[in-house]
Design a protein around this ligand. Structure first.
Ligand code: HEM
Length: 411
């Protein structure tokens, strides 16, 4: 017999996908789907058909399947309600090989482990200076999103993109405004975010043109892209678009992991104390935070380039595929007791960074930033605590990346 909860969850599926944003936990319907309809065709929020994939093994298999495309110009590809850019989306994130491979090869070396690790002392100084300023603030509570989580990754990205120091406060402000969408406390959040996107595009265009005018455009990321433009391998527009993609991919993600990760650790004081006492546990704790939160969720979308048979179903060519990595990371066929946060689990095979050829390029940098951030924050402010009940934390209610709009803390 169907339980009342199961039918409520089934009824939820009649709504166009996606459902209202989850807070910390994924919608209960994901569990129902994994159990009852792991490859399920639904009507997406934009009215297109799409296939929800909810089991770990299926999500991983499809993300590695070359018949599954990231090309946003294929009509069946769904942006899940986000506005479709005119013409071809030149961001390599939403493209296939061979175009995509050009960018992976060109930018990949900037995220190589050795190069990223060399940034440790500089990031450590940045985190320490940010905490000095935090500690000097008179007011309590302090918003850790505004004064800690947001400025650190945008400063790191300004280094990677070669933003001159005198432009850094503009850059940090525009990056912050770009993320305003989904914040119910900012009445004009959508407009502000759209305006900041244009401003940032114009700014990255200016930086790109400055590089393009040089005979030797440099060996950093923009320099390498400028060389590719000069060689005719990529267009100027693709260079600018990729600069903005890098910014969005690296800023909001790390900022949201910082804020949500801090909130989760503060809600598990025993595990936090253990992590502080045994530093070797920190790397595994960060992997568990990544799995448990799976903040980059509804960005991972695909479309079938051919008919694809999986788990007894055929996904027809041209239809959208939504591999739900948040659901996969909470699949009890893969992880025992998956809804429990446990730093000892230290999962190395989670799908929070995606899987396959588009797997997150910035993961060594993200891991390094989070390592320094959590170590330093909890060491330097040992009695840090939430200044509100956990259930009152302001979760983003409409944004493709889960996060908090604020994190009031005190000490
Ligand atoms: C904890 C923080 C982060 C999380 C959870 C995260 C998650 C992800 C995920 C799930 C994808 C795959 C998207 C897909 O398959 O369609 C991705 C791609 C990407 N990420 Fe991250 N990311 C993080 C931090 C960063 C950072 C710091 C950077 C550096 C700028 C970065 C750069 C990128 C890029 C460039 C891609 C596109 C890769 C491609 O299409 O080949 N990410 N990220």
């Amino acid at each position: 017999m169907t339980s009342p909860t199961a039918s409520a969850e089934a009824a939820e599926l009649q709504q166009p996908f996606p459902w209202p944003r989850p807070a910390i936990d994924p919608p209960a319907a994901y569990g129902w789907l994994r159990e009852n309809a792991p490859i399920r065709r639904v009507e997406l929020v934009d009215g297109q058909p799409g296939w929800l994939i909810t089991r770990y093994d299926d999500v991983r298999e499809l993300l590695a399947d070359p018949r599954v495309s990231s090309d946003a110009s294929i009509p069946g590809y769904s942006l899940l309600g986000a506005p479709r850019p005119p013409g071809k989306d030149l961001s390599f994130l939403r493209s296939d090989p061979p175009y995509h491979t050009v960018f992976r090869r060109m930018l990949g070396k900037h995220f190589a482990m050795k190069r990223v690790q060399a940034m440790r002392p500089r990031i450590q100084d940045l985190v320490d200076e940010t905490i000095d300023r935090l500690l000097a603030r008179q007011e309590r509570p302090v918003d850790l999103v505004e004064h800690f989580a947001l400025p650190i990754p945008s400063t790191v990205l300004s280094w990677l993109l070669g933003v001159p120091p005198e432009d850094r406060s503009f850059f940090n402000k525009a990056s912050e405004d770009l993320l305003a969408r989904g914040n119910p406390d900012i009445p004009d959040s959508e407009e502000r975010s759209a305006a900041a996107r244009i401003e940032m595009m114009q700014y990255i265009a200016k930086l790109s043109d400055e590089r393009l005018a040089l005979d030797e455009p440099g060996d950093d990321m923009l320099g390498d892209m400028a060389k590719a433009v000069k060689a005719g391998t990529i267009s100027r527009e693709a260079m600018i678009n990729s600069g903005v993609t890098l910014l969005v991919a690296g800023h909001e993600t790390t900022a949201n992991m910082t804020a949500l990760g801090t909130a989760i650790l503060l809600q598990h004081p025993d595990q936090l104390a253990e992590m502080k006492a045994t530093p070797e546990l920190r790397a595994g704790a960060i992997e568990e935070l990544l799995r448990f939160l799976t903040i980059v969720h509804l960005i991972v979308v695909r479309v079938a380039k051919e008919d694809i048979e999986i788990a007894g179903q055929v996904i027809p060519k041209g239809e959208a595929i939504i591999p739900l990595n948040f659901s996969a990371n909470r699949d009890d066929a893969h992880y025992s007791d998956p809804d429990t946060f446990d730093i000892h689990r230290a999962p190395r095979d989670h799908l929070a960074f995606g899987f396959g050829i588009h797997q997150c390029m910035g993961q060594p940098l993200a891991r390094l930033e989070l390592d320094i951030i959590f170590e330093t924050l909890f060491r330097r402010i040992p009695d840090l605590h939430l200044a509100t009940e956990a259930e009152n934390l302001p979760y983003k209610t409409y944004a493709p990346i889960n996060g908090l709009t604020g994190l009031p803390v005190t000490w």
